[in-house]
Design a protein around this ligand. Structure first.
Ligand code: FES
Length: 96
């Protein structure tokens, strides 16, 4: 099992390697969305960018094609939670 810490919420939880970060957060009743985007989001299809998170620490795979397109103006540590596979212990900052 791996550990994911959501820094802003001061919560740490365990996930299976290979888990999707957005789905893991939802299973822990943690939201990667802010404000109105809790309702208005694309439900993990990589279209809305409202699930942006900052990877504070931990190794992650390189951005996929969706992230490369949607986040091209963002720093490399900004990722889409819905596109991210957890393969290391992570510290994550939400609502970036
Ligand atoms: S949920 Fe819309 S891009 Fe991730």
């Amino acid at each position: 099992m791996l550990e994911v810490q959501f820094e802003d919420q001061n919560r740490t939880f365990k996930v299976e390697p290979g888990a999707n970060l957005r789905e893991a957060a939802i299973s822990q009743k943690l939201s990667v969305y802010s404000h109105v985007f809790k309702i208005l989001n694309c439900r993990g299809r990589g279209l809305c960018t409202s699930c942006k998170v900052e990877i504070v620490s931990g190794n992650v795979d390189p951005r996929n094609d969706i992230e490369n397109e949607k986040l091209k103006d963002k720093a490399p540590d900004i990722r889409l939670a819905c596109q991210l596979t957890v393969n290391d212990n992570l510290v994550v900052r939400t609502h970036v």
